[in-house]
Design a protein around this ligand. Structure first.
Ligand SMILES: NC(=O)c1ccc[n+]([C@@H]2O[C@H](COP(=O)([O-])OP(=O)(O)OC[C@H]3O[C@@H](n4cnc5c(N)ncnc54)[C@H](OP(=O)(O)O)[C@@H]3O)[C@@H](O)[C@H]2O)c1
Length: 317
């Protein structure tokens, strides 16, 4: 399994398993099966609501000898309601308790967005402006959490270069990882260049465009990555599926990738993508598919009287 050496010297497996929307009644079996197949990296978050079940699966995998803790890479994330330093301390403790772990390999600030912890009164906004807990304060708390030994590495998610620069300038510490949506229709070439220069690993979320989103009600106009002719032609060349090509492309261009599945066949299919080698021409052809299309467009953070805008979230500087 290919790995990337982070600033700490730790080596993060480039291929892993996503767990967003992995239902509680399916995620236990998915994690056990993934580990048996050879997955060594699991991407979690407290907001996904399934960390306690994932913790049971990990604990059983360790105690039944499927794998050792030190062979696994476990990531989790700090939610938007818990940026205040006291809340962040409580959040990581809860995540560690739920996952039944003493430490994480990587802890990320999930979004550069703040939400009130308490449910807002009727008519009241549940957003808080980012100035009420500056990201530099949260990043310093992340450093403290790492220094306490609760996580080995710290990073961010959904950060553009402006907010990355802000926290780096204030603290001198460069995040190890920036987890962002990335798939053939959203390649983040500018952000990737910036991160490559700073030794920040990009982790590609939604690497399959969130699955068959265009088949869901309300998303009929969403481009269907699985039907893309270029991806299908390359897949045919390798006797592979378009999903495998998207996953392999992500790793070969030097990002890490975390496709989600709770289906045993697709878990194996996705891992087997690591056996594919795409040619330079095939990599180039996939580069040509860029269209700046987001499956997770972040408008949920910019609705109503929100102080956040899409330009602020995704602007490239
Ligand atoms: N940091 C963030 O803000 C953020 C945001 C979004 C996601 N993430 C992380 O990134 C992970 C991946 O993103 P995602 O879950 O949104 O989308 P994704 O991995 O692009 O797509 C997952 C969907 O594709 C299906 N699928 C998986 N393998 C397949 C295959 N080989 N062929 C056909 N369909 C396949 C899955 O269904 P089955 O389960 O039925 O196979 C599921 O519906 C998340 O789970 C989460 O861990 C992070």
């Amino acid at each position: 399994m290919e790995k990337f050496k982070l600033h700490s010297g730790d080596e993060m497996p480039l291929f892993g398993l996503g767990t967003w929307k992995s239902p509680e009644n399916m995620v236990y079996d998915a994690i056990r099966e993934a580990i048996r197949l050879g997955y060594r990296h699991i991407d979690c978050a407290r907001i996904y609501g399934n960390e306690a079940v994932i913790g049971r699966a990990l604990n059983d995998a360790f105690s039944e000898g499927d794998v050792e803790r030190k062979e696994m890479w476990i990531t989790s994330k700090l939610w938007n309601t818990h940026h205040d330093p006291d809340d962040a301390q409580e959040a990581i403790q809860t995540t560690l308790n739920d996952l039944q772990l003493n430490y994480l390999d990587l802890y990320l600030i999930h979004w550069p967005v703040l939400l009130k912890k308490e449910k807002p009164q009727e008519g009241e906004s549940h957003f808080l402006p980012i100035s009420s807990i500056p990201l530099t304060t949260t990043w310093k708390k992340m450093q403290d959490i790492r220094n306490q030994g609760l996580t080995r590495n710290i990073g961010v998610s959904n950060f553009n270069t402006k907010v990355l620069n802000e926290i780096i300038d204030a603290t001198g510490e460069i995040p190890s990882v920036n987890q962002v949506e990335s798939q053939p229709y959203l390649q983040h070439n500018l952000l990737k260049k910036y991160c490559d220069n700073k030794g920040i690993l990009i982790t590609a979320y939604c690497p399959l465009g969130n699955g068959n989103k265009s088949e869901k009600e309300g998303f009929e106009n969403t481009p269907h990555l699985f039907l893309d002719p270029t991806l299908n032609a390359i897949a045919e060349n390798h006797d592979a599926t378009p999903a495998q090509i998207m996953i392999r492309w992500a790793v070969q261009r030097g990002t890490s990738v975390i496709p989600k599945s709770t289906n045993a066949g697709r878990l194996a299919e996705n891992l087997n993508a690591m056996n594919i080698q795409l040619s330079d021409q095939e990599m180039k052809d996939i580069s040509g598919l860029e269209k700046g299309f987001r499956y997770i467009n972040g408008d949920v953070w910019c609705k109503g009287n929100s102080p956040y805008t899409l330009e602020q979230l995704w602007g490239e500087y």
